[in-house]
Design a protein around this ligand. Structure first.
Ligand SMILES: [Zn+2]
Ligand SMILES: [Zn+2]
Length: 147
């Protein structure tokens, strides 16, 4: 009944269904499936950083074009305005990616946990009895998780 093993790097206890050590992020159980929550978080963090860096670049050049526009070249105002709009759209996109990931994680957490019918406390799905009141937990549908 061993459900956890020690991390070879830092001796922290790592559950067998977790691939990485929560303390030092060393790979402890190479055959464990990638945590879907971590996957979503990483993908959304990557997307957000990419969009935000593109946005800051667009906004930076928007302001860089603003100065010569004010000083001598009125035509640059259009370039500056377009870059500014692109920057705003990219920021909005990064924000949307974040919100979407949050919703997916919330749905996933809901799917991975079971609510006790008797006391309403939330339990991990691999439990068979409620941790609070000991009532048996109904097996929830396993599918419809990662869609
Ligand atoms: Zn470790
Ligand atoms: Zn209960």
């Amino acid at each position: 009944m061993v459900k956890a093993r020690q991390c070879p790097e830092c001796d922290a206890l790592v559950m067998l269904n977790k691939r990485y050590c929560p303390e030092c992020h060393a790979t402890v159980n190479p055959r464990a499936p990638e945590d879907p929550v971590v996957q979503i978080k990483e993908a959304s963090a990557f997307g957000t950083v990419l969009l935000l860096s593109l946005a800051s670049m667009a906004l930076f050049f928007s302001f860089a074009f603003l100065l010569p526009a004010v000083l001598s070249e009125p035509g640059f105002i259009l370039v500056s305005a377009v870059l500014f709009c692109i920057g705003i759209v990219l920021v909005a996109g990064a924000w949307a990616v974040k919100i979407k990931a949050k919703r997916r994680i919330a749905a996933l957490m809901k799917a991975m946990h079971v609510m006790c019918e008797y006391c309403g406390s939330v339990n991990d799905r691999d439990r068979h009895r409620c941790a609070s009141c000991g009532a048996p937990l109904a097996e929830p549908p396993v599918n419809a998780v990662l869609k």
